[in-house]
Write a new protein. Structure first.
Length: 316
């Protein structure tokens, strides 16, 4: 997840990962028996997430330290026992709010999974989402940790059951329909067209001036319209999109080098840098976990993760 706002603590870097010296570790993975769900368990100290978005939801339970999450409406601080909820396509950043960093367990359920639970357990109409960003709810935070524990032990039945209890509770307590984007102003229409062009030309995007000329506007006017519509300037949005596309390629077996070339990064180190900052783990580790989820049985996956508790993967 990411956050914006909030100054760095004294002596803390503005990006990257701290590795073994700082005690940072992370595991981002999927369980074959839990479709539509990604899991991240991590401790970050110097690592900061740049502004980015997700296709689905973010449900994070902080178990130690403080996470600062920056959103369009401001910065929130989440400590032990807090649950952070971020809706799809909401731009955000994240960083440590204290020198010792933060530790958390995060669930990334797909929009389809959350919509199905909402239909089954609530009376919400329209596209379901969350009206609150961070709440103090130690009980639900413990349940989020339990989803991770059950998945790591290879118990997909328990993990799926507790996951649905968590999502249903949060929707009933903090849910509401997501607002529809219906702006038809000239600026919003140009921003939408610019987004389409960037998607079409992902690997070889036009310059800002070329893009503005093609849309019949000025570069600064396009910058303002795009940021108003999507919460970030075009170049930041494009980097985020490239990382999301690279994730899909890695999930289907592409190597990091192949993914980098396909989505338009200069080379694999260029992908590594942006991927690690946005996703929280390097692309090679992300790909290995996907391979393990696809080729291990539930019991094998569980044994692997029990071992991880004693030798957690460290960020480079």
């Amino acid at each position: 997840m990411g956050s914006s706002g909030g100054g760095p603590a004294a002596g803390r870097g503005s990006g990257g990962t701290g590795g073994r010296a700082s005690g940072e570790w992370a595991r981002h993975w999927q369980h074959a028996g839990l479709p539509g769900l990604d899991l991240l368990r991590a401790r970050y100290v110097r690592h900061t997430f740049p502004r980015h978005t997700h296709d689905g939801f973010v449900l994070a339970a902080v178990s130690g330290g403080i996470e600062e999450v920056g959103l369009p409406e401001g910065t929130v601080r989440a400590g032990h026992g807090s649950v952070v909820m971020i809706n799809p396509e909401v731009p955000h950043t994240a960083r440590a709010g204290v020198d010792e960093g933060w530790t958390y367990s995060t669930l990334y359920p797909s929009a389809e999974l959350v919509a199905g639970i909402a239909t089954e357990t609530t009376t919400l109409r329209g596209t379901p989402g969350f009206a609150a960003t961070a709440v103090t709810d130690p009980h639900t935070a413990r349940l989020i940790h339990e989803v991770h524990r059950a998945a790591e032990e290879g118990n997909a039945l328990a993990a799926d059951s507790v996951l649905r209890i968590v999502v249903a509770h949060l929707l009933r307590a903090h849910g509401g329909p997501l607002p529809a984007r219906t702006s038809r102003s000239a600026g919003a229409l140009r921003a939408a067209r610019a987004r389409d062009i960037l998607e079409e030309r992902l690997a070889e995007p036009p310059s800002l001036e070329e893009l503005a000329t093609q849309l019949g506007t000025s570069p600064f006017a396009l910058l303002r319209a795009f940021k108003d519509a999507y919460g970030m300037p075009p170049h930041t949005w494009l980097t985020d999109l490239r990382v999301r596309r690279a994730r899909r390629l890695l999930e289907t077996g592409s190597t990091p080098a192949e993914a980098a070339a396909t989505v338009g990064f200069t080379d694999q180190p260029h992908l590594n840098r942006h991927f690690t900052r946005i996703v929280g783990v390097p692309p090679g580790a992300y790909r290995r976990e996907r391979g393990a989820a696809g080729h291990c049985s539930a019991s094998e996956s569980g044994r692997k993760n029990v071992q991880d508790r004693g030798d957690r993967p460290h960020l480079p």
